[in-house]
Ligand binder design. Structure first.
Ligand code: CO
Length: 194
């Protein structure tokens, strides 16, 4: 059995056992969603938000891309943010980065990445340049990259804070808390950076 076939089998088992343990669970979920958290994470397969936080279906509205970027020119991200804040009225927006991030690693490399990726990670290279002095004080390249992961999260939270969606929400008195987290792929733990 290949991996996808295996996942489809596991899905059947999960749906059956969930329905058995919590009768009416899916019918209730099908009525609509009321998540309190928008989670912006990396596309990396090692950082599945629901798994690492134990969140149930319906708890996290989500947007994932390479290196958890929340950039002003990304229409897909802005549609997610706008829907989360204006329609779903989420109370929290979380940007979650992670150590050993391939996107951040590529941005630290002098070698260009494949075209689309290289274009995308220019955003991280910009952050690296903004904090060059601080980053260069760290002599250990692994720790320097980890620091850039932290800084990338901080900057993405700043991008969200200055977005028209958040500014408008705050102007009308809607409370939306912004948070920055970093997941340590080596320990499985999340820490707060913002
Ligand atoms: Co990553």
């Amino acid at each position: 059995m290949d991996t996808l076939e295996q996942l489809l089998e596991q899905n059947k088992t999960w749906a059956k056992s969930t329905n058995y343990e919590k009768p009416g669970y899916f019918k209730e979920l099908a009525k609509g969603q009321k998540p309190e958290i928008l989670w912006i994470g990396c596309a990396d397969s090692r950082v599945p938000p629901s798994v690492i936080t134990g969140a149930d279906p319906g708890m996290l509205f989500m947007h994932r891309n390479i290196a958890n970027l929340a950039v002003h020119t990304d229409a897909a991200f802005h549609a997610v943010l706008e829907y989360a804040v204006d329609v779903l009225k989420v109370k929290h927006v979380v940007v979650a980065g992670h150590y050993n991030c391939g996107g951040v690693h590529a941005a630290c490399s002098a070698e260009p990445a494949p075209d689309s990726i290289d274009h995308w990670i220019q955003h991280i290279r910009d952050i690296r340049r903004m904090y060059e002095k601080e980053l260069m004080e760290e002599k250990d390249p692994v720790k320097r990259e980890d620091r850039l992961v932290d800084l990338n999260v901080t900057e993405q939270v700043r991008n969200i804070k200055t977005s028209s969606t958040i500014k408008k929400a705050r102007k009308r008195g809607q409370q939306v808390a912004l948070h920055g987290l970093v997941y340590d792929t080596g320990t499985g733990l999340l820490k707060r950076v913002v």
